[in-house]
Design a protein around this ligand. Sequence first.
Ligand code: NBP
Length: 475
Amino acid sequence: DLAQIGVTGLAVMGRNLARNIARHGYSVAIHNRSFGRTQSLVADHGDEGTFIPSESAADFVASIERPRKIIIMVKAGAATDAVIDELVPLLDQGDILIDAGNAHFPDTIRRENALAAQGIHFVGMGVSGGEEGALNGPSIMPGGAPESYTTLGPILEDISAKVDGVPCATYVGPDGAGHFVKMVHNGIEYADMQLIAEAYDLLRQGLGISAAEIGEIFAQWNNGDLESFLIEITADVLSHIDAETGKAFVDIVLDQAEQKGTGRWTVQNALDLGVPITGIAEATFARALSGSVPQRTAGRVLPANAGEWNVTDRDAFIEDVRQALYASKVVAYSQGFDQIAAASAEHNWNIDRGAMARIWRGGCIIRARFLNRITEAYERDADLPLLLADPYFTQIVGDGVSAWRRIVALAATNGVPTPAFSSSLAYYDGVRAAGLPANLIQAQRDFFGAHTYRRTDKEGTFHTEWSGDRSEIQE
Ligand code: NBP
């Protein structure tokens, strides 16, 4: 019998995805460049479902029913192109090739265009949730031609995470849309993690309490609006004791954060689109700063001239930090969804932002209770220009804004770096302001570069002839 679907690339992600599909009753053809991984999957988990192993790509393709559905789960970049190049000559018109790796979306657009010309459906598919998610239910963000989702969708929805019985998988949009949305998901993840780290730092420095005590605070927060996977694991991480030293685990981890690059891609794309995703950008740069060892070493001499912590009402301070965290988090998501809207308009992807929030509720790293609120906001207004301006978010962030200001002011006074809290508040005040000093920027631009300006009192484009003595030349 022929397999219903194939998976090639059986490292940790592909192996778990193949097992997940097989456990849902589908027969799965499996293949990997080096046959050892294919054999060990059968040896270790062959009893979980129907696997059809092949050593060669030709046998693999021949073992799958038509139109074929083949998931590629290999290292992003050149490896993905190598696999596509090997498979394509073996395929027939109408077959569906699915790249489930972390491709950069411009690569997906390029591949989709090239393969569409050859009659092959190419689906760039974001998968989030790590190895655990791949096995037990990830969040799945497939792009490509909509007709490919008709055959592929039911399988993806079957194997995805479910929240209230609703699958965390849906069609995102043409060509690179799926990988784009996965990229922004990762960018938001960077912001979310940085905000949590800043909250932790403020609690630690402000209250002088232990990591474990802060873990308890996070565990409590996880019972409310902040309930999310990242808050939950933060509570666990903070209460974890290093077996070797008996110290708090977080205290023996070197304070230099690394990155694989999806945060950087998100920020680069936002710069291209001109969308201010300051929360994600600050989070990405905060990781870069943490790893800037020569600068941090040289910087140790810089004077602080900072105040000293003197928190008199412990509970009030904790609640202020919680509100600052929640408000900053809403800003980060608001900005990320702006970026999705801008890219969707640029590429004609027609992405439903409410649906993206819905499929992020389970399976993925940023899964959180409050994503329901985002879905509801876009259900109220699909074209909402600013998530913060949805009545629910306006109220909840407005309720917390005094606390947010107190926390950012305290952090600045006491010399604690809170780039994501602070820049998110600056963004909030920026979009809220009736006027911005951008008028001065335009005047300066006109002065030195004759870049022109528009006026508040009449339509049109104007240029002022600035004279050598800096006074305006009268006509
Ligand atoms: P890796 O990213 O470590 O890739 C290993 C796989 O790529 C192996 O199957 C390897 O075959 C294959 N491969 C390579 Br490397 N070069 C190849 C080539 N030239 N031709 C054919 N196959 C080649 O595996 P992973 O960690 O399972 O991740 C797979 C994908 O999923 C990546 O794109 C990753 O970014 C993405 N992803 C990972 C996670 C996660 O949490 N790890 C989460 C979400 C998405 P071999 O066995 O013969 O060496």
